[in-house]
Design a protein around this ligand. Structure first.
Ligand code: 10G
Ligand code: SF4
Length: 318
C-alpha cells in the first residue's frame, strides 16, 4: 500500500508593507539606552518604556536597564534616560535639581513640536492640541507650556464644542495620529476659527504617515491584515484602524503566539505590517508561523523608501 500523501498546505500570498517597523526616533532611543549602558555600566534607569514594545524593553532589561514610571524611583547615583515620547519640562528640571545624570531620548521630531509650543505661547497664543488623552507624548507636550495655555482636542466633536478665546489661536498635533482623522479635526477647527495658526509643517511625522500610506496601498488586495505592535502603541493602533476603515479586518498582535488562526481562516492574500516600535525580528517570527500552516509567497510592497536618521546626543558619542 502506498503511504497516504500529507494534505498540501493551502497557498497564502503575504503582502509585507514597506515602510514598516522601526522609525529613526525609535532606532535612536534604543541606541541611547545601549550607549548609556556602555558608558555608565549597569544599571541604567529608563523613565517610561523607552518605546512601546515589550520585546524591546525585555531585551534592554536583560542588558541592565531598569524601567521606572517616575524619577523618584531612580537612585541619586545612577543615570536615567527619558523615553522617546518626550517628557514635561518639570522632569529634566527635577533631575537637575537632584544632580542626576540624565540623557534625553525624546525624538527630535517630538522636540520640534515642544519648541513650536513654547514659541506660540511667547507670541501670546492659546494652543489647541490634537492628540489622545493620557498618552505620554501628550503629557510631555502639555508640560512644555504654562497650565491653562493649551487645550486638548481629541475628535471632530471636541473641535466643534471646545470653548477657547476666539482669537490668537494655534493648533499643534501629536506625531502619531491618524492622518485622515487629524485632517477632519483640523477642518472642523478651521471652520470655527478661520484665523487659527497652523504648524509650519505637518506635526504628524514622516514615519507615521508613511506607514499609514503603505497600509492603504496594500489594503485593497488583502482579506486580512496583521499589525505587529503593542496595545499601548498609538502609531500601531492607527495602522489597524486604517485597514479596518478600508473594509479589511485587522488585528494588532504583539507576537506570533497572538495570531488568532480561526479569525485568519484560509484567505488567499493577507497584509503584514509593524508599528514604528516593533522590531523586524517579530515580523520574521510571524512570517515563519504563517509558513508552518500555509504555502506562503512573500511580496514586499515598497511604498515610500525612508532614509531618515537622527544624530545621537553629544554626551554619548564623544
Ligand atoms: O506610537 P506611540 O506614540 O504610542 O509610541 P511607540 O513607542 O509605539 O512608537 C514610537 C513612537 C514614539 C516614540 C512617539 S513619537
Ligand atoms: Fe520620531 Fe515619528 Fe518615530 Fe515618533 S514615530 S519617534 S516622532 S520618527
Amino acid at each position: 500500500m502506498p503511504e497516504p500523501k500529507p494534505n498540501p498546505k493551502p497557498s497564502l500570498r503575504v503582502l509585507i508593507a514597506a515602510p514598516r517597523g522601526f522609525c529613526a526616533g525609535v532606532d535612536r532611543a534604543i541606541q541611547i539606552v545601549e550607549l548609556a549602558l556602555e558608558r555608565f555600566g549597569a544599571p541604567v534607569y529608563v523613565r517610561h518604556e523607552i518605546v512601546h514594545n515589550r520585546f524591546v524593553v525585555e531585551r534592554l532589561k536583560g542588558m541592565g536597564a531598569i524601567f521606572v514610571d517616575e524619577l523618584d524611583e531612580v537612585p541619586d547615583d545612577r543615570p536615567v534616560v527619558f523615553s522617546a515620547h518626550g517628557v514635561p519640562k518639570a522632569v529634566p528640571a527635577e533631575a537637575q535639581g537632584r544632580g542626576l545624570t540624565y540623557v534625553d531620548a525624546t525624538c527630535p521630531l517630538v522636540s520640534k513640536v515642544h519648541r513650536q509650543a513654547e514659541r506660540l505661547i511667547e507670541e501670546g497664543r492659546h494652543i489647541l492640541f490634537i492628540g489622545h488623552a493620557g498618552h505620554p507624548e501628550v503629557i510631555g507636550t502639555f508640560g512644555q507650556v504654562p497650565a491653562g495655555s493649551m487645550t486638548l482636542v481629541e475628535t471632530v466633536e471636541d473641535a466643534e464644542a471646545v470653548e477657547v478665546p476666539p482669537s490668537n489661536l494655534a493648533f499643534l498635533t501629536q506625531t502619531t495620529l491618524s492622518v485622515d482623522d487629524t485632517a477632519a479635526v483640523v477642518g472642523a477647527l478651521k471652520a470655527r476659527f478661520p484665523e487659527i495658526r497652523a504648524p509650519r509643517s505637518e506635526d504628524i511625522c514622516y514615519a507615521t504617515s508613511n506607514r499609514q500610506a503603505a497600509v492603504k496601498a496594500i489594503a485593497p488586495e488583502c482579506e486580512r491584515l496583521l499589525v505587529i505592535g503593542a496595545p499601548n502603541s498609538s502609531n500601531s493602533l492607527r495602522l489597524a484602524e486604517v485597514a479596518e476603515r478600508m473594509g479589511v479586518s485587522s488585528r494588532l498582535i504583539e507576537r506570533a503566539a497572538d495570531i488568532d488562526w480561526d479569525w485568519l481562516g484560509q484567505p488567499s492574500t493577507i497584509g503584514l505590517t509593524a508599528g514604528a516600535s516593533a522590531p523586524e525580528l517579530l515580523v520574521r517570527e510571524v512570517f515563519d508561523a504563517l509558513r508552518e500552516r500555509f504555502d506562503v509567497t512573500e511580496e514586499i510592497a515598497d511604498h515610500t523608501p525612508e532614509r531618515m536618521t537622527f544624530k545621537l546626543p553629544r554626551e554619548l558619542v564623544t
